[in-house]
Write a protein that binds this ligand. Structure first.
Ligand SMILES: [Cu+2]
Length: 335
């Protein structure tokens, strides 16, 4: 059920965005290159120093409303390093396409259908729009979300590790511009082929374990030491929430002026006033793990400094679901 419903929303986003493409182009200008070099990116992750594994990482970059990504990577465990060189927060969710399909099939066979549906929504014909969405090609319902880095603030890099089976994948971001345009609609979608050849990367060993479920929310041991961490995220279950998507985990650093209620509200793409740039003030997104199927585990790295952080899920009102957990990183490990 979940794999059927997730992609609907992602594509619906594209439709919504497509309806106001002209505005999108204007927004795209604001998202223009910031000229950030790799050395300018803030250090929020482990592995900044050269090491034997760096060359094995899959580097994805954004310097505008697009992703620069390799066309092909190996199967098995893959560490994605996402470098956000833009002026807005982004993420990417990894979607596995059914056999024989590529991102071009998605663009050719799915996007036009959703655009038609969007036109109907714009006209207030929601029921008719729903009927159009159900006319999508049968293969579309087999798309499975397979994790990916959580939200990443401007000028920031993050790393996440997921297990990938051979096939064709799409990565996309559906944060909205200030004008309500989904980033995927205006270019933040890319295809990646995963080969039969397996990577030599081992499953990471975690230093901090998160469990997320629809019944208990986000759970972890509260005594988190400062320093470098490999965070595991185990998806005990996966369900479709009010925004038609499942749950995931994002790491955020909260400054003293951060508006907790504003952030709680912002995490709902379905709200026309939320999940739009700019993000709430005082909030720094440091990556995380996009939704995975029930029973799967993904990993992300983080360097935690003394201060206030939170693990938060991109779902409507995460606080009410126990999916907005604020925690303190103490000054000393002994604390
Ligand atoms: Cu984006």
């Amino acid at each position: 059920m979940k794999t059927i419903n997730y992609p609907i929303i992602l594509w619906l986003c594209r439709i919504l965005c497509g309806a106001i493409l002209i505005i999108a182009l204007a927004a795209c200008e604001k998202e223009s290159l910031t000229g950030l070099n790799e050395s300018d990116l803030k250090v929020n992750i482990a592995g900044e120093n050269p090491d034997a594994n760096n060359s094995k990482k899959v580097v994805i970059k954004s310097e505008g409303m697009s992703f620069t990504a390799p066309e092909e990577i190996q199967s098995g465990w893959n560490t994605f390093r996402y470098e956000n060189g833009t002026s807005n927060p982004h993420f990417f969710v990894i979607e596995k396409l059914p056999a024989g399909k590529t991102v071009e099939d998605s663009k050719a066979e799915v996007v036009p259908v959703f655009q038609e549906g969007m036109d109907l929504i714009e006209a207030g014909l929601d029921d008719e729009a729903l009927a159009v969405f159900f006319s999508l090609p049968a293969w579309y319902w087999e798309v499975v979300l397979q994790g990916g880095p959580g939200l990443v603030s401007p000028g920031t890099a993050a790393e996440s590790t997921v297990y990938m089976t051979p096939g064709d994948y799409v990565i996309e971001c559906y944060v909205k511009t200030g004008n309500g345009i989904f980033h995927s609609t205006i270019g933040m979608i890319e295809g990646i082929h995963v080969s039969e050849e397996t990577s030599k990367i081992k499953e990471p060993e975690s230093t901090l374990d998160i469990n997320i479920s629809s019944t208990s929310g986000i759970q972890f041991k509260s005594d988190i030491r400062p320093g470098q961490h490999v965070v595991s995220v185990y998806f005990e279950d996966q369900v479709v929430h009010e925004h038609f998507l499942g749950h995931d985990v994002h790491l955020v650093k909260l400054s003293p002026e951060a508006d907790i209620d504003a952030l709680n509200a912002w995490m709902n793409w379905k709200d026309p006033d939320q999940f739009k740039t700019p993000a709430p003030e005082g909030v720094e997104f440091l990556g995380g793990m996009q939704e995975l199927p029930a029973g799967e585990t993904g990993y992300f790295t983080a360097i935690l400094k003394p201060g206030t952080y939170a693990f938060i899920s991109e779902v409507p009102d995460p606080m009410s679901k126990n999916m907005f957990k604020i925690f303190e990183v103490p000054q000393n490990q002994s604390n």
